[in-house]
Design a protein around this ligand. Sequence first.
Ligand SMILES: *Cc1c(COP(=O)(O)O)cnc(C)c1O
Length: 381
Amino acid sequence: MARDRIPIAKPMLGAEELAALQGPIESGWVTQGPEVAAFEKEFAACVGTPHACAVANCTAALHLALLVVGVKPGDEVITVSHSYIATANAIRYCGATPVFVDIDPATYNMDPALVEAAISDHTRAILCVHQMGMPCDLNALVPLAQRNHLPLIEDGACASGSEIQVDGTWDRIGKPHGDICCFSFHPRKVITTGDGGMLTTGNPAWDARFRLLRQHGMSIPDTARHGARQVMVEASTGLGYNYRMTDLQAAVGRAQLRRLPEIIAERRRLAARYHAALEAIAGVYPPHEPDWARSNWQSYAVRLDEGIDQRKLMQHMLDAGIATKTGIMNAHREPCMADHKLRFPLPHSEAAQDHGILLPLYPGLTDEQQDYVVKNLENGS
Ligand SMILES: *Cc1c(COP(=O)(O)O)cnc(C)c1O
């Protein structure tokens, strides 16, 4: 019997998203207008932040976050190599140098114990990553950043809806813990607008700067000009960018946001099923969720014993019609960073890439399909 390939991820889109497009198409207002403003308001309420600013994608969000906290050519930003290349690239867009520290192999996130040794006279910011939706240890990183008078930027690209326990209460990532958090709505993330990004902050001055920079530094937003009874002429106040989100994207985003609780509940149910099933398989270890974190399980990374051949296992799975991926890339190993000089060894980051595989996990993956994935993981390892 021919089986459809089981993909690694699949966005949950349907009639609601399709219907949401009708409004902006009929109104003719299709970029950075009322749908974007409404999406920002609803996203802000969802994560518990006073300010949310929508942009074209998370890479743009990271670039603006770094610019606004003052990262300049020659500066250093402490981050992890174990991330999608966008994290390091945003630092390089500012003319700054990423200084990579290793991850905690249990959570795949920045090890707070390694950060202080990486701080130099040139350090301008710390950029942590809530990798694969697992919250970073903000309870350690926030006071560390404050103690050293450094802004903390969170790459929450994968972390829409993830939660962390702070002072005894569960908060969503994006509530101001660090100084700025950046989200992605790429189809590989838990909610999608095709492409899209969001910046959240508690700082109104920074939010105002994001709004200028995302539209060429223009002094008057289109939403204000269109409603005005008097002629308003805008001016470009400084070098800015075209980092706008469209109203078509925002309309889809609003529909996706309404589904977020349902999406996360299903992802967590599937993760728990993997977790239970993997316990019986030798040499294969499920990811760890600290008791202060609730991941949205944007990705589910399994760790393999060194004796298991990662590529052979992935090929075995692919032959069975199951897509997998290696562990998260290490930016410093990519050809685009060939001339980068590491300041610290990154054994855990490299091992996570070389001895990990990501398994299919998305709403719509049936229990039967998931059992089939587990069976093939067992046979192939
Ligand atoms: C996906 C991702 C990004 C980039 O997001 P885009 O919206 O595609 O620009 C940045 N950082 C991490 C950790 C990601 O996973």
